[in-house]
Design a protein around this ligand. Structure first.
Ligand SMILES: [Zn+2]
Length: 300
C-alpha cells in the first residue's frame, strides 16, 4: 500500500488583497503576563502582510505574522524577529483572517495580545466595524489537489491533519477534540465553511473562548502566572463542565480549537481552498502543517 502525499498547488487568485479602511484599537491585559496592552490595527500597503510593531521597543524591527518567525511556546502562538517578540497572537490572527484583512500594521504597547474574554470576537467586531478597502495586488491562493494526512506533525498520539480537495472550491475546517484526561472535557467536534461571510464567523466561531482544566489552572496559579485571569475570563473545566461560567455553545471547546487552527493557518499569507480536518492538534502541529504545505509551492 502506498500512502498518498497530500498536495496543494498555486491557482489563479480569486480576489484582491484588502487592508483596513481606518485605524482601530483594542485594549486589555495579557492573560499570561497580566500586563495592560493596546493592540492598534492600522492600514498597510499591498503585499506587506500582517506585521507587528513593538511601540515599547521603538528601534525594533517589524515582526511578520508568518510561520518562519514562529517560536515554540506552550499553549500559544509567539513570533520573534530580531529579538522583538509578540505573544498569544493566534486569536488576533484568526480575527484578521476572518475579516479578510491581508495587510495590516499592528502597533502594540506590550508583547502579549489582550486576552479579553478568551475569544476573537472583540477583535473581529472591531475590525469589521473599521471596514476594509480593496487594494491593487491579487491575493495568493493555494488549493488542495490531492488528499492525505500531513506527515511529520508530531504532538500527542493520534494527532493528525487530513486535507482533501473541496469540490465546490470552498474552504472548510473541522476540528475533533479528544482530551487525554478522561472526563475532564467531553470529546467533541466542530466544523465551519470559512469561505462563508465574516458575519457568520463572528456569530458561530469567533465568540468561542479558550479553556483549560482546573488542575491546569491551579498549576499556572502556583507558578504565579495568569493571576488576573478568573473563571469569568476563561473556561475552567472541572468534572466535564466549566466552573461558574455558562457555555456559549455545547461544543464551544472544539469551536475554539477551530478558531486557533484558523489563526495558525493565517501564518501563511495565502488563501487556502480545500478541506482541512484536524484531530488532537495544538498550535505546534498546525504550524507544522502550514510549513509542510508552503514548502510545496512557490507562493512569493
Ligand atoms: Zn486559543
Amino acid at each position: 500500500m502506498t500512502i498518498q502525499e497530500p498536495k496543494v498547488v498555486r491557482v489563479d487568485s480569486k480576489r484582491n488583497q484588502r487592508t483596513l479602511a481606518q485605524q482601530v484599537d483594542v485594549a486589555g491585559f495579557g492573560f499570561w503576563s497580566s500586563q495592560d496592552v493596546v493592540y492598534s490595527f492600522r492600514p498597510a500597503e499591498s503585499n506587506s502582510g500582517i506585521r507587528f510593531f513593538r511601540a515599547d521597543l521603538p528601534s525594533s524591527q517589524p515582526i511578520p505574522a508568518r510561520v518562519e518567525y514562529r517560536i515554540e511556546k506552550p499553549r500559544q502562538t509567539s513570533l520573534v524577529a530580531d529579538g522583538a517578540q509578540v505573544d498569544m497572537v493566534e486569536h488576533v490572527l484568526a480575527a484578521l483572517r476572518a475579516a479578510r484583512v491581508d495587510n495590516c500594521n499592528v502597533v502594540v504597547t506590550a508583547p502579549e495580545a489582550p486576552g479579553l474574554d478568551g475569544s476573537s470576537v472583540v477583535f473581529l467586531n472591531a475590525l469589521l466595524d473599521a471596514g476594509t478597502v480593496e487594494q491593487e495586488c491579487a491575493k495568493v491562493t493555494l488549493q488542495v489537489v490531492a488528499p492525505g494526512s500531513i506527515p511529520g506533525l508530531g504532538g500527542a498520539p493520534g494527532a493528525q491533519i487530513e486535507i482533501a480537495p473541496d469540490e465546490e472550491g470552498e474552504t472548510y475546517y473541522e476540528y475533533n477534540l479528544v482530551y487525554d484526561v478522561p472526563g475532564a472535557i467531553p470529546n467533541q467536534s466542530a466544523s465551519f465553511v470559512f469561505s462563508r461571510s465574516p458575519r457568520d464567523f463572528a456569530r458561530e466561531i469567533a465568540p468561542c473562548r479558550t479553556f483549560l482544566t482546573l488542575s491546569e489552572a491551579n498549576e499556572l496559579r502556583k507558578l504565579g502566572i495568569c493571576r488576573r485571569v478568573t473563571e469569568k475570563d476563561a473556561l475552567v473545566f472541572d468534572n466535564g463542565a466549566p466552573i461558574d461560567n455558562p457555555l456559549r455553545f455545547d461544543n464551544e471547546c472544539a469551536r475554539h480549537k477551530l478558531l486557533d487552527m484558523i489563526g495558525d493557518f493565517a501564518l501563511a499569507p495565502v488563501d487556502w481552498i480545500g478541506r482541512f480536518k484536524a484531530t488532537k492538534t495544538g498550535h505546534q502541529q498546525n504550524a507544522n502543517a502550514v510549513r509542510y504545505l508552503l514548502n510545496q509551492v512557490d507562493w512569493r
